[in-house]
Design a protein. Structure first.
Length: 307
């Protein structure tokens, strides 16, 4: 049993991770300001600290209150972030504040408590399709085309430079139950919501861009795997992905067919900084994705139909 902090634990991926950790009898403290996270997502056996990762003084003050304080912090899973690529262009300063300063604050807490930090980075927003053809290994050319990608890569570099005991997980396109179609990027949840709301499906660009879609349960298992990595794999980045690319048009068709719906598909201007193809070669030792896209989409549709 370990004492674990999960930042962003009220969010999409974070709440699933908290559930899995508690299922394994770990003690979990969730740090989330609930700006995009959902209180209802939080496991009732977890403790919630409603705080902002950009305010180090407040974090330290709260973490010393007996109600929140662990005798020892073993792991910090850092998932809290500004993750919307388009918003990062609109307000790059806020993106940097949350993603870089917030990460540095959690890194400080990790070092002060001799805890290992497992950092949720990004895969698709880092690699350059000019230098290397996908699927990308972790040593492929890094050339972020958005403030979001740059802030995540900068955070990776800071963790290594500051000698934080950490593992960086570069996630591909995560989807599944609890994904917020309003606040979090995710074509699959957006398309499903459009159909349930009797709206047309809107695709940026021609829809031929390919993405490496990975189901949230597989991602959670990757975080759990990272807890037990040999020290050789510390301070390294690992891709968490399927290694399979699927174009957005095919994803839309798959969802429409599974929902027995005839929604119109509308194409609009592409997003600045968006890659034509983003597929990652999975590289986390001792882990692999198990849920195929068709099955994952069916599970996700069922969740949104049931809520």
């Amino acid at each position: 049993m370990s004492n674990i902090i999960v930042t962003g634990g009220a969010g999409f991926i974070g709440s699933h991770l908290v559930d899995k950790l508690i299922e394994r009898n770990h003690n979990v403290l969730v740090i989330d300001n609930l700006s995009t996270g959902n209180f209802d997502n939080i496991n009732k056996k977890a403790i919630l600290l409603s705080a902002d990762i950009t305010d180090l003084d407040s974090l330290r003050r709260f973490l010393n209150i007996p109600y929140y304080k662990f005798n020892k912090i073993n792991f910090i899973f850092h998932l809290a972030a500004q993750i919307n690529l388009r918003h990062s262009f609109d307000d790059p300063a806020k993106d940097a504040l949350t993603n870089i300063i917030g990460t540095l604050n959690m890194a400080k807490i990790a070092k002060e408590n001799n805890a290992r930090m497992i950092f949720a980075s990004t895969g698709g927003a880092l690699y350059s399709e000019i230098q290397n053809n996908p699927p990308w290994f972790t040593w492929a050319g890094i050339d972020p085309k958005s403030p979001y990608g740059l802030s995540k890569y900068t955070s990776e570099k800071y963790l290594k430079l500051l000698d934080v005991d950490h593992v960086s997980l570069r996630l591909s396109n995560v989807y599944g139950p609890r994904q917020n179609h309003k606040g979090e990027a995710g074509a699959i949840s957006i398309f499903i919501n459009n159909i349930l709301s009797n709206q047309d499906i809107t695709i940026f660009g021609d829809g031929k861009q390919t993405r490496d879609f990975i189901y949230v349960d597989d991602v959670v298992n990757a975080f759990i795997t990272a807890m037990g990595l040999h020290t050789y794999y510390y301070t390294k980045a690992h891709n968490v992905s399927t290694g399979v690319g699927t174009d957005i048009n095919s994803v839309a068709d798959m969802i429409v067919n599974n929902m027995d719906n005839k929604s119109n598909v509308i194409h609009i201007d592409s997003i600045p900084g968006e890659l034509v193809s983003s597929v990652l070669h999975p590289s986390l030792p001792g882990w692999k994705a198990n849920v195929n896209l068709e099955d994952g989409i069916k599970r996700t549709i069922k969740y949104f139909n049931d809520i």
